[in-house]
Write a protein that binds this ligand. Sequence first.
Ligand code: ADQ
Length: 465
Amino acid sequence: MKRLVGVSNRTAAGGPKAGGLAVALWDALVQRKGLWFGWSGEVAGTARRGVELFEEEGVEFAVTDLTEAEHEGYYLGYANRALWPVLHYRVDLANFDEEQYDCYRDVNRRFAKLLYPRLREDDLVWIHDYHFFPMAQDLRDLGWTGRTGFFLHVPFPPPEIFKSVPDHRALAKGVCANDVIGFQTVSDRDNFAKYSVAELGAKQLDDEALSLDGRRIAIRAYPIGIDAVEFQKLSHSEEAKAAIERIEPFLGDSRALILGVDRMDYSKGIPNRFQAVGRLLDNAPELHGKIAYTQIAPPSRTKVEEYAELREQLDSLAGRINGDYGDLDWIPIRYLARSYNRDQLAGLYRIARVGLVTPLHDGMNLVAKEYVAAQDPEDPGVLVLSQFAGAAEQLKDGALLVNPHDTAGTADAIHEALTMPLAERKRRHEALAEVVFGQDIAWWREAFLADLDPSGNGSGSVVSL
Ligand code: ADQ
């Protein structure tokens, strides 16, 4: 079996191997005794340092620190303030700064230079996400000719939006140096194909292949999954039960918990969700005192201005709705700006009557899948899901799909979820569980690796997309 080399901004070194990417790559790297390369997570003054090498459970890690200037320019700057907003259709929030772009390019080149000498001829290189759009090209420039794949965890927007990035061509050409390019959804894949034909002069060979400069590039949708069996187990763990006991006194008579769990990010549509809950309370006074909406949203990227503004917006919206509708013995919105561990989250998902997952745009959204995995099949809750989450492509038959910009429509969907008869809840849950358990994280990983290594024997699982 060929050795796998994973490249991602953050590695799972020293931390829990939990959450989509960390679990998927970790398992693959353990199986193949692979190498995981990326940022150490440390910001080290002004001096660049080399690579730190260590091993955990047979997996080799090679990590490097960022200098303060690199952390500002590459990570907080170009990746998070230019690429992230554009890829989430928010050109209005994007800040394009030439110096930050240069820094992003330099970091990619520097990382490629550090990685290249560690590659062996037969390695498979798997690069992750928008931090490393040019990485494959940088490796090729150094002489790397081996099989190389790229997976984009976030959406790829329509060409008109991606073209707003001043250096869009250089970035996309860099990605095209890969042999396989993976997307979360068919619609992301098609956006990329359309863009590449129009802007790079690529030729579309079929739905899943482009040709550029005489090279064939596979482009495919590989919707990322979760370790559903493991997550279901977590929902029955002691810690999960303890979390349920702690929240139960706050659920009111009908014990109707509506739950949202997100990183605090403007792409997640949390303010729209608060407004929809406000509208629901306007429309349905009979629900006052009967429902409890809990939103868990730990602040992220707090050094980026837009994120600090979002925090203020949420504080004020929740305050207003609670002020308008709350009572001596009831608070409609419980908004917790902190994170909980996976066991605790799994427990909360399990007792939530409604899983409220309404991003404005999202690559996949693993919370939607975790919510499904944690439900009791005999008495499942209902998933209210944004049509703009990547997960909607797979989960449309079981979830109640909403347009998160449509406050009234979202409020109606929450109401429908709260009052849905058991038979329909079970029918919908069955459809959701089939996808979440069937197309899980191992399925995703094997699907990608089968394409990255067509001659290889993978781990023997049968993959059909
Ligand atoms: P994220 O934007 O981080 O990931 P998502 O997929 O929803 O989004 O969640 C990642 C994980 O973080 C989940 O496992 C979730 O349980 C956990 N999490 C979220 N909020 C939490 C909280 N408040 N406390 C504790 N844990 C929390 C990016 C893309 C997504 C894509 C993933 C994987 O933006 O679209 O689904 O990568 O490819």
